[in-house]
Design a protein around this ligand. Structure first.
Ligand code: GLU
Length: 277
């Protein structure tokens, strides 16, 4: 068993991160497996080296150990480009120049009915969808042609999640409920979905243990694994740690930052207790 914790260095780790990291770590250790770290820093405007340093300190303080040097997404651009090229050569991705505003306007046009939201926000209305021709463009967003992608998927399209069992989705659900998601951004040759799939495969992750906020994204990850010929790990989505008002914790929520508890004299055992471990 190989599990991982994959934080973005865009703020302090809070109790929700502690829960996720401890759960993935403890699960691997209990099985005699391995635990890896990955720094998800593709958002260069928000990622900071100070936050990365603090992630390591907080995790060590919690008693978490990792079995290899952490992987950093900003070092993985060649791998992302190679996968994009593969998808481009297969005619599965196309360039898109729509702004968020263009998408919102097209999706709410009178003849479109009620706008539909998927795991990535509004379902892309398909304005730029076209057969890719020539060289793959750089510095432009690239979207997956979901209708074409579904023709390549094994049927029935399903994957396993512990707790809820096997989840089956259909081509129609993917086209209507997920749509043409972004796989490469204008400012970075990759996107969360593409990177996470390639990195989990590169790190040999067998069990992905992460928050249930990513439950809907998992179908996207399994689609990409099938298109790129990668193994699908077992997915477990855990409950989210919420504040007293029931809202899920955000990066800005410094009051629940692990560092704040540390400074106030809390012990790692108390943090475990606070998150119900
Ligand atoms: N980097 C993501 C986050 O901080 C987690 C990605 C994942 O676990 O798949 O929310």
């Amino acid at each position: 068993m190989i599990t991982r914790f994959a934080p973005s260095p865009t703020g302090p780790l809070h109790l929700g991160h502690a829960y996720s990291a401890l759960l993935a770590h403890d699960t691997a250790r209990a099985a005699g497996g391995q635990f890896f770290l990955r720094i998800e820093d593709i958002d260069s405007t928000r990622s900071r080296p100070e936050w990365e340093t603090q992630i390591y300190e907080d995790l060590q303080w919690l008693g978490i150990t990792w079995d290899a040097d952490p992987m950093r997404q900003s070092d993985r651009i060649p791998a992302y480009q190679e996968a994009l090229q593969t998808l481009w050569d297969q005619g599965l991705i196309y360039p898109c120049s729509c702004s968020r505003r263009d998408i919102a306007a097209a999706a709410s046009a009178p003849h479109e009915g009620e706008p539909v939201y998927g795991p990535d926000g509004l379902i892309y209305p398909g304005t730029c969808r076209a057969e890719p021709t020539g060289e793959m463009p750089m510095g432009q967003a690239l979207r997956l042609n979901m209708a074409k992608a579904t023709e390549r998927l094994s049927a029935p399209f399903s994957f396993t999640q512990t707790g809820t069992g096997t989840i089956t989705t259909s081509a129609q659900d993917l086209i209507e409920g997920v749509g043409d998601i972004v796989l490469s951004r204008r400012d970075f040759p990759g996107s969360y979905h593409l990177s996470v799939v390639l990195d989990d495969a590169a790190q040999g992750i067998t069990h992905v243990i992460r928050g249930e906020d990513l439950f809907e994204a998992t179908q996207i990850h399994v689609v990409l694994q099938q298109l790129l010929g990668l193994e699908t790990p077992v997915y477990t989505h855990h409950r989210l740690i919420r504040d007293d008002a029931g809202k899920r914790l955000a990066k800005r929520d410094d009051a629940r930052a692990i560092a704040t508890y540390r400074q106030a004299g809390a012990t790692p055992a108390q943090i475990r207790e606070m998150v119900g471990l």
